[in-house]
Design a protein around this ligand. Structure first.
Ligand SMILES: C[S@@+](CC[C@H](N)C(=O)[O-])C[C@H]1O[C@@H](n2cnc3c(N)ncnc32)[C@H](O)[C@@H]1O
Length: 387
């Protein structure tokens, strides 16, 4: 749960906040109805009102929403704002909105229920063709030289007092960490950035991301320590920010993700770096898998490294999600889960896709824009689970 200091840091991040303010200013019109998901202390709700929105629904699960309500009142916006303390996925609004504004991302956009919440908001709360802010996030990967960051991860486990703690070292190397924005610059990169994923929130349907293996040449001599992953955001067309190590104007709040490899590997220009990265959405969070291979330029049969890593290999250590799912935890099915269970229950071989879609739409009318949307969703699910 975010603290007031963290909400303050988000607002104080000028690059991020200015971009959101400009984006809202460019799309909010006097008749706009706006949904602010994850409103926090209300900054985007207030800005939307300031730029003339007719009505703003501010939805936030954190008690910070009470502060948001108080500041809306202080700014004279009480008559145009509706505050709801809940998750956007749990609520039904009395009308559809023209604009959905949010920033539910962590260090990367693949963060807890961020994408699932936006897909749900687009399907249930937004008018067709309405504006999603952010509109698009683009993620990049590069091989990176990062000795200090790597040391921070492995140093505690390198035979303290002569003791073998290799098992903990292996777990530590199957986690990714926040590389911040200060410590690494463009000169730390050993390859060109590779565009890994484009998340277009106007169309995205899947919460996860998988890629086939991709290969790139190493650009200079050095030591490879891991993968650096970051994202650039386009909030609305032409307005956004970049978290690239080459950017002079990065945001403070997101940082960058560092995926270490199992051993530092000396490389020379021309070596081949082959990699794949997968963000698998499971139980409201992500399991990450990364496979890295480095092949010598002098002799392509010499494999310098071939590492298969995954956050799934870390077991229960330091895994909040596993802690939450301890044996005495009582899980409760989300709306998405209820819809999926209903559809799967009808996939007995007795009903056509159209019948299943019609029954699903009747059962969950607020979940889909129309019957066609229900049909595409049923179709997607049937592709996954049909015999
Ligand atoms: C990164 S903060 C953003 C706060 C504020 N909008 C800003 O940009 O400064 C994300 C907020 O979203 C909230 N949140 C995440 N998913 C949500 C959802 N589906 N519905 C409502 N609130 C959500 C979290 O509690 C958190 O307060």
């Amino acid at each position: 749960m975010y603290s007031l200091v963290e909400y303050g840091n988000m607002i104080a991040d000028k690059v991020r906040s200015d971009a959101y303010a400009r984006a809202l200013k460019s799309v909010v019109k006097p008749d706009s109805i706006v949904l602010d998901i994850g409103a926090g202390t209300g900054i985007h709700t207030l800005l939307a009102c300031k730029f003339g929105a007719a009505r703003v629904y501010a939805v936030e699960s954190n008690p910070a929403i009470h502060l948001a309500q108080e500041v809306a009142l202080a700014n004279g916006y009480a008559g145009r704002t509706i505050f709801i303390q809940d998750l956007s996925t749990n609520i039904t609004l009395p009308e559809r909105v023209n604009i959905v504004v949010s920033d539910l991302r962590g260090i990367l956009p693949f963060f807890t229920n961020h994408i699932a919440s936006l897909v749900d908001a687009r399907r249930r709360h937004l008018v067709p063709g309405g504006q999603m802010i952010p509109h698009r996030d683009t993620l990049y990967i590069a091989l990176i030289e990062a000795p200090k960051l790597y040391q921070n991860i492995v140093a505690p486990w390198n035979e303290p007092y002569g003791l073998n703690m290799a098992a903990a070292r292996t777990v530590a190397l199957n986690r990714w960490s926040d590389a911040g924005t200060e410590s690494l610059q463009g000169h730390n990169l050993l390859t060109e950035p590779y565009q890994w994923a484009v998340l277009d929130y106007a169309t995205i349907a899947d919460s996860g991301m998988r890629m086939a293996e991709y290969e790139q040449p190493v650009l200079r001599d050095g030591t490879a320590h891991g993968l650096l992953v970051w994202f650039d955001s386009e909030l609305v067309a032409g307005i956004g920010y970049s978290n690239s190590p080459d950017s002079k104007n990065t945001t403070e709040v997101y940082g960058r993700a560092f995926f270490p490899i199992l051993e530092p590997i000396p490389v020379v220009a021309g070596d081949r770096f082959a990699f794949s990265l997968q963000a698998e959405f499971s139980n409201g969070d992500y399991v990450w898998h990364w496979h890295t291979r480095i092949v010598a330029q002098s002799d392509f049969t010499t494999v310098k490294a071939d590492f298969v890593q995954s956050t799934a290999f870390t077991g229960a250590v330091d895994d909040e999600r596993n802690a939450a799912l301890m044996a005495d935890y009582r899980p409760k099915l989300s709306l998405e889960g209820q819809v999926d269970r209903f559809i799967l229950g009808l996939m007995t071989g007795a009903h056509t896709l159209t019948t299943i879609a019609n029954q699903t739409y009747t059962q969950f009318p607020s979940r889909f824009t129309d019957e066609d949307a229900a049909l595409s969703y049923v179709y997607e699910l049937a592709q996954h689970y049909n015999q």
